[in-house]
Ligand binder design. Sequence first.
Ligand code: FES
Length: 497
Amino acid sequence: MVTVNLVPLGKEILARRNSPLIDILHELGVEFPCGGKGTCGKCKVRLLDGEIKTDAFHRKRLDELNLAPDWRLACLSTCQSDLVLEVGQYETIIQADESDFEFNSGDGLGVAVDLGTTTLVAQLLDLQTAKVLAVETALNPQSQYGSDLISRLESALSDGADALKMMIREKIGEMIGRMVDGRTEKLERIVIVGNTVMQHFFCGSDIKPLSFYPFESPDLGLKRFTSDDLGWKDICRDISFYPSIGNFVGSDILAGIMATGMHEREEFSVLIDLGTNGEIVIGNQTQLLCASTAAGPAFEGARISMGMLAITGAISSVESGPDGWVCKIIGNTDPKGICGSGLIDAVAELLHGGYLGEHGEILDGDQEVRLAGAVVLTQTDIQEFLLAKAAIAAGLEILMNRLSIQPEDISSVYIAGAFGNYINLNNLHQTGMLGFYSDSMHKLGNTALIGAKMFLFSDPSATSSILQMTSHISLESEPLFQDVYINHMRFISINSV
Ligand code: FES
């Protein structure tokens, strides 16, 4: 017998040596869309420990599907030894993008890193083909100092920022080390993007200016390092942390602009990142305006009583059925909580069914709605949603007013965010958060990572034109902001922003 350990599910299964992996995973709700022919790639598992030998057919399929060397197709694998596997269908928390983009090929290898408040993603690329050779994902270890940026800034102010700096440098260094593993002589450059606070922590910049009024840091520009500067092994001499756009709009959004190409088009587009800060960019080839809203991390589960990240056990979608709520649970397991997309669905369905009043009050007088198993949505959760929704909708309205445009003038709305894959665009519209019709909205996944990869193929100075045409608007200092925000603190007509 052998043991098969599945992460992040945390299950250990005893199996007969050489038994087909498909038999084990099928029992656990893993789907095999192409029926095990090895063509769809949806049953991929990452081999974290143990051995699964591949035959020529299996290797050809992995190659055609562009999967890094540590991935296997479960439908073509057997349990040849004790195994630790990450199941691709459960790997939903962090979006490690594999989309195509245009590039000018170069030599050697490059690493793109998206340093998020909650999650970290790094990819190793062949600079000649732009092929992703390895991926590393992790939770940001700074989370122990709080899930939001304010808590981390407060902690750094009282105890010093050094621990947060060392912690994040070490983690990213480890991730890159594992990906590169013996190929250091070919590692030409590393590009890191992240929000402004992450930039300050990673680069060792003074965080005080970001912590006190007027919240203006003099240190937002491009930062360059060698691996020696960062305490990493001698792996690379060209490491860049890309510049922030404004005091609370970082290079993750700069990368997002790059990923959408909105700065090159005549038509107006919007980029909305529903991550921890709720950033918005709007404009076209003439001008871009950006702002960060006070949406807070509600969509990442914080401040929602049973909120959680989009990982195994999270309710990722909710529909009303004849016998009550029909919930999809990531990993087809018992429900443990609700993630951002589930929260949006639940509120939209409650609104649609007439269960909520204009101010989000549950109309039957109950203080909670039971969704599935022990998972409930409380009255306070709905108020938290309303705060986040109002912040995004008000931010959009202010920026569109500045440009003298209406929702119908926007040709494309790009939704970025860790739970973007699951989001129901109609429901985003239904809640009144975004007053755009779903056919103009596109889920773009991890735009920060896509942009960071694109940056690997150009000189950092290539971003200067985007920086020059982008103005950061501080929503709080807009005279109309409070009124507009309060106006959106209710569920209003779904046709207005
Ligand atoms: S089920 Fe389609 S590749 Fe395995």
